[in-house]
Write a protein that binds this ligand. Structure first.
Ligand code: ADP
Ligand code: MG
Ligand code: MG
Length: 209
């Protein structure tokens, strides 16, 4: 089970992780984009940090919806609407739920991914956050089908996310600003994939605690 308190913990952990990694995210984006991914994510999650007190009084769905609205309104650029959509779809899955079962979490991760796919129209292999989110959802689903519970299944999902992230390095970008570089996008890790990996790793850390 994933509790409301663990969802809050996840957001706190992720906000701190973004703060820690903002230079790295920006440097990755400097190589193949416009050098603002760390700045963008930091702007959004700094705002969320200030809202933690109010989030504590909301249910899981309400929390995820507030996060969505905050990201959409505070992050400019591609990642704001994409992460905003991820959290909005996640929020819908959590509606009327006090806690999330292992299976609820699968539906949540799937819904988030589908939202990003619909919004951004990227395909697997386009060198975006999809290349991290998609294999991690598949790995989580496979782990559940083998009878694993939330924490061990999420560990496998995070490992798959990390692997997916490494795989973005040799990819040619086909979506977003990095696609303007064509062949020159090859050999660099995707910034949005990196923040997506960190988001899942933070979720694991929160549910492990
Ligand atoms: P911007 O490119 O507008 O400056 P960011 O730098 O914050 O926005 O985010 C860039 C990241 O967004 C990319 O590294 C990539 O992972 C992700 N991204 C961009 N376009 C898409 C898309 N169409 N679908 C999925 N992810 C995308
Ligand atoms: Mg950018
Ligand atoms: Mg930008």
């Amino acid at each position: 089970m994933v509790t409301q308190a663990q969802i809050i913990e996840w957001l706190q952990v992720y906000a701190n992780v973004i703060d820690h990694h903002k230079e790295e995210l920006t440097e990755l984006d400097a190589a193949i984009g416009d050098a603002d991914h760390g700045i963008n994510m930091e702007r959004g999650f700094k705002k969320i940090k200030t809202l933690i007190g109010t989030l504590k009084g909301q249910d899981i769905s309400g929390i995820l919806k507030t996060v969505s609205m905050t990201l959409i309104s505070s992050i400019g650029g591609a990642s704001g609407p994409l992460y905003g959509t991820w959290f909005l779809r996640a929020s819908a899955i959590a509606a009327d739920k006090e806690e999330l079962t292992a299976e609820d979490l699968l539906y949540l991760l799937q819904a988030g991914l589908n939202g990003v796919l619909e919004r951004g129209k990227a395909q697997l292999g386009d060198k975006t956050m999809v290349d991290v989110l998609s294999p991690s959802v598949a790995a989580y689903e496979q782990a559940l089908s083998e009878g694993l519970d939330v924490v061990p299944a999420l560990r496998i999902a995070v490992a798959a996310a990390e692997h997916g992230l490494q795989e973005t390095i040799p990819m040619l970008a086909k979506k977003g600003r990095a696609s303007y570089l064509g062949e020159r996008s090859i050999g660099h890790q995707d910034p949005g994939g990196t923040s997506a990996y960190l988001m899942l790793r933070s979720l694991l850390e929160a549910v492990e605690s």
